[in-house]
Design a protein around this ligand. Structure first.
Ligand SMILES: *Cc1c(COP(=O)(O)O)cnc(C)c1O
Length: 391
């Protein structure tokens, strides 16, 4: 049986070059980057080299990169850090969307309990925010706008540069979660008009537990983690040297292979979509064109996402339904509800996410095993008879 890992939006395999780059810092180069002897100085140099690589991948200055413990921490730092300072100026309004990652949405619910007003913009059927609706939502109290560059479930790519321009015009801070976008779409913090941008290493064949927040020069945030003066006093804690070095290596690889990757992944995606839509009563979720090159998100009427995943797993295919964080639970996807799908459909989604490691043969294998699985599940589904009768 073939094994196909098609859940790269949940996490990716660490690439051999990244692993090799990290190894010395897990073994002999264990110095504390703050120490003054050579062992520490070498560790510090490795951290700064990684900072240059991450900065280069998004056209930022190295001094604008703060290393964090991952994408979730970067999102929390951006949102809570901006909110805390804005509150002192009586600006307690934040604008975002209903289909952000939970790291953003739950940070916002935390602030709501502290008296912030949160506006969640509609994302419409195609999952896109309309710049004019953002402009209309901004008030004199608005402190921050947070809209993700690429959605992790349905892959939608937002018109970030235009949303950023609206924020600039209104002098409102703009944060974007670009965790899924890094390595899949060109990222340029200057062209995107962003003030704050979140990244994570493990979505780009780097290690887990390390990420970064781009903080545009001149933008000040309250700290999320207090303590020592690491990261120029913005994020305390002895640096995760090996993780940071791995992130730097992964970011350089992600940026270098971008054009080629987009071409390859788009071809895989298109074949997957065309093949899957041959299945009767199937639909593609998210915008047909403005989407991540490696993202496919489908619904098959009458089918539970969970059962589909289990059957695919028995055939060696790893995929997900809804988001990885919720697919253990029976909650429908908040993303699919946000684009207007009814509850019963939002339960039955299948997300396939491809990376550099996937091949056309992987796609063909999925297309071979998927239709019979859908058919078998439908035969067992009490819903399916009703759906067929109803039209
Ligand atoms: C994975 C992911 C995160 C969280 O990153 P971690 O490094 O796992 O904390 C945040 N936002 C998006 C869009 C993601 O896909």
């Amino acid at each position: 049986m073939r094994n196909v890992y098609a859940d790269n939006a949940a996490t990716t395999r660490i690439s051999p070059a990244v692993f090799d780059a990290m190894l010395p810092y897990l073994k002999d180069e264990y110095g504390n980057p703050s120490s003054l002897y050579r062992l520490g100085v070498r560790a510090k140099a490795a951290v700064e080299e990684a900072r240059r690589k991450v900065a280069a991948a998004i056209n930022a200055e190295p001094g604008e990169i703060v290393f964090t413990g991952g994408g979730s921490e970067s999102d929390n730092f951006a949102i809570k850090g901006a909110a805390e300072l804005a509150a002192k100026k009586m600006k307690k309004h934040i604008i975002s969307t209903a289909f952000e990652h939970h790291a953003v949405l739950h940070a916002l619910s935390h602030l709501k309990k502290q008296g912030f007003t949160i506006t969640l913009l509609p994302v419409h059927e195609n999952g896109l925010v309309r710049p004019e609706e953002l402009a209309a939502a901004i008030t004199p109290e608005t402190a921050l706008v947070s809209v993700m560059t690429a959605n992790n479930e349905i892959g939608t790519l937002q018109p970030v540069a235009r949303l950023g321009a609206v924020c600039r015009e209104n002098k409102v801070l703009f944060h974007t979660d670009a965790v899924q976008a890094l390595g899949s779409v060109p990222l340029d913090v200057k062209a995107m008009n962003v003030d704050l941008l979140s990244l994570s290493a493990h979505k780009i064949h780097g290690p887990k537990g390390v990420g970064a927040l781009f903080v545009k020069k001149g933008v000040v945030l309250a700290n999320l983690i207090d303590g020592g003066s690491q990261e120029r006093g913005k994020r305390a804690g002895t640096e995760n040297t090996a993780g940071i070095v791995g992130f730097g290596a992964a970011a350089a690889l992600a940026a270098a292979g971008l054009e080629e990757r987009v071409k390859r992944l788009t071809a895989l995606r298109e074949r997957m979509i065309a093949g899957a839509l041959q299945i009767e009563r199937s639909r593609l979720n998210g915008d047909r064109i403005n989407r991540l090159p490696g993202n496919v998100n489908l619904c098959f009427e009458g089918i539970e996402g969970e059962s589909l995943l289990l059957m695919l797993d028995l055939k060696g295919v790893s995929a997900s339904s809804g988001s990885a964080c919720t697919s253990g639970a029976l909650d429908p996807s908040h993303v699919l509800l946000a684009i207007g799908l009814p509850h019963e459909v939002a339960h039955g989604s299948l997300r396939l996410s491809f990376s550099d490691e996937n091949t056309m043969e992987d796609v063909d294998y999925i297309l071979e095993v998927l239709p019979p699985i859908v058919e078998r599940l439908r035969v067992m589904s009490p819903l399916w008879d009703r759906i067929q009768l109803s039209t």
